[in-house]
Write a protein that binds this ligand. Structure first.
Ligand code: FES
Length: 104
């Protein structure tokens, strides 16, 4: 089973099982990671914002224009920011590392 890690806002890191085909948002929810995802993956919010570890950023599919537009609304945007609901787990992403963004 692939795994991925979340750096939480308090600096702790959680490594969790990441089933293929699930989004980072769905994986976070399965494990009680505090990532909101208000629109449940329909690209209508930016509350699933995660910052992808730079080493992993280029391994992801580039964001669609719709994702870019939504990301523009996200708070504390960083260079490797992505929407968690748009990152879908594949074998190639086994070991993926993301960080929850600052909230204020
Ligand atoms: Fe709303 Fe990802 S959950 S855009």
């Amino acid at each position: 089973m692939p795994k991925m890690s979340f750096f939480e806002r308090d600096g702790s890191v959680r490594e969790v099982e990441a089933p293929l085909g699930l989004s980072v948002l769905e994986i976070a929810h399965r494990h009680g990671v505090d990532l909101e995802g208000a629109c449940e993956g329909s690209l209508a919010c930016a509350t699933c914002h995660v910052v992808v570890d730079p080493a992993w950023a280029e391994k992801l599919q580039p964001p669609t224009e719709d994702e870019e537009d939504m990301l523009d609304l996200a708070f504390a945007l960083e260079k490797t920011s992505r929407l968690g609901c748009q990152i879908v787990m594949t074998e190639a992403l086994d070991g993926l590392v993301v960080r929850l963004p600052r909230t204020g």
